[in-house]
Design a protein around this ligand. Sequence first.
Ligand code: ZN
Ligand code: ZN
Length: 239
Amino acid sequence: MSLLSKMMPERGKMQNHSTFVKTTGMSVTIKKFTFNGFQENTYVVHDESVAVIIDPGCYERREEEELYQYIQTAQLKVSAIILTHAHIDHVLGSYAVCERYKLPLTLHKTEVGTLQAVQSYAAVYGFPKYTEPKDDYILLEGNEKLEFGNIKMTVFFTPGHSVGHVVYYLPEQKSVINGDVLFQGSFGRVDLPGGDLETLKNSIYNIMFKLPDDTVIYCGHGPETTVGREKQFNFIHQF
Ligand SMILES: [Zn+2]
Ligand SMILES: [Zn+2]
């Protein structure tokens, strides 16, 4: 555990259960689950029939079941499984979820190396049963407009925390699934391989802070916040 704490200070004492988060607008729901020892937030974004799974961090069987049960109960068809980035805490369930829904994993083209490195350190981090997802990826370039049912998302390339990090902006829901770029009051660490502070600052100031102030930021760890709030109070201003 000390290794985990040292490697991932963003790991905090968050609630252990999933939280229901709902946004209005075109009946799109953003459902948050909190999974694995890193308290990573996995999101299911869905309308009445179609779902996208973002950052499947489920590791234990019961975590997988919680995710599958939700999708089954809501009678959703999973249309895509996508990553903000490929650090271990965000991909622990990627193999199982891709197999279950018979879908390839979608990620930024420059994040493939980050993903393929996970197997080499998973056991050291305490996740010996991690399995690498199949490499028939769908690769993103950035700036795509993705559409699944009523879900409309723009992909923004936001490197700095990892080399190929992206965020998914939902303008109609005034929301962004931001992975580990911003947290409430803080930002993603830059000391892991592929991390770079100046690059992250550029992503934060030139992409995240250019979104409307009332945009809700759904973070890879911890609670939601807004662009306006982080523009005012985020710790990044100290750097
Ligand atoms: Zn990360
Ligand atoms: Zn993370």
